[in-house]
Design a protein around this ligand. Sequence first.
Ligand SMILES: C[S@@+](CC[C@H](N)C(=O)[O-])C[C@H]1O[C@@H](n2cnc3c(N)ncnc32)[C@H](O)[C@@H]1O
Length: 269
Amino acid sequence: MTAWYEESFGKEYLSLYAHRDLAEACANISAIHALLALSKDEPLLDLACGAGRCLVALRRAGFHRLVGLDLSADLLQAAAEALTDEGVAEAPIVTPGAHDLPEPAPQRVVLVQADMRRIPYRDYFATILSIFTSFGYFEADDENEAVLRSAYDALRPGGVFLMDYLSRDWVIDNLVPEDERRQPGRHVHNRRRLSPDGRRVEKVTTVTPDGGEAHQFRESVRLYSESDMRRLLAAAGFRSVAAYGSLSGDCCTPQSSRLVLVAHKEPCP
Ligand SMILES: C[S@@+](CC[C@H](N)C(=O)[O-])C[C@H]1O[C@@H](n2cnc3c(N)ncnc32)[C@H](O)[C@@H]1O
């Protein structure tokens, strides 16, 4: 059976999440840079980059050694187009094994089609960003932990990993079981629930085009708490893990809607 994350991130994902746009990405990148004072001259990986809105925002902010990695061919194609529209001369989509991985450069943003459990770099990036709940997708905990191990291995010593993840308690307390909306030419219905064991949040979106047949998109994300994440990051090798309630560095409280984790590969600053 095809995993949900292999079929739910096609072209239609972009129209369902149209509010997750470039303006939001620019605000996020500006907040992250204020929080971490990242080097703009060192390689940075946008892990699970999707259609590239954060890569475009990073370029606009002056970062110029950028790599994006994602599994979705459709979203990587959209990322390449967005970067080209932004004036980037080259945005090659490369598959590890089939291609040599080109160096990122001011006029070249490298887009890697790969699984986040197997990032094809070692001791390379100064920074890895994982934005907008791109973690917890796999059924088995060990597979989710493999993402953290892979990010750790891909960072150079002293590198930083920032993960913008959901807040488990906020999701549980604010779960809207059902909603629907009309969009031009279609009806969109969302159903959300906790899995019977309470470990995941699951969402089924049913899109019914006017006069057409309904089709569904699934999402299922593991709900790790802050202490779970601290434990998993430490087990992957990370040190000096900090947790925030937003990308602006607000304190993590029970009311925080996000959990932002910042972890370093030794030597820590
Ligand atoms: C919620 S979206 C976030 C996209 C992007 N970070 C953003 O903020 O717009 C999650 C992304 O994870 C990607 N993804 C899902 N499973 C993946 C996997 N196993 N390996 C790499 N990327 C994956 C999807 O294709 C999608 O682009």
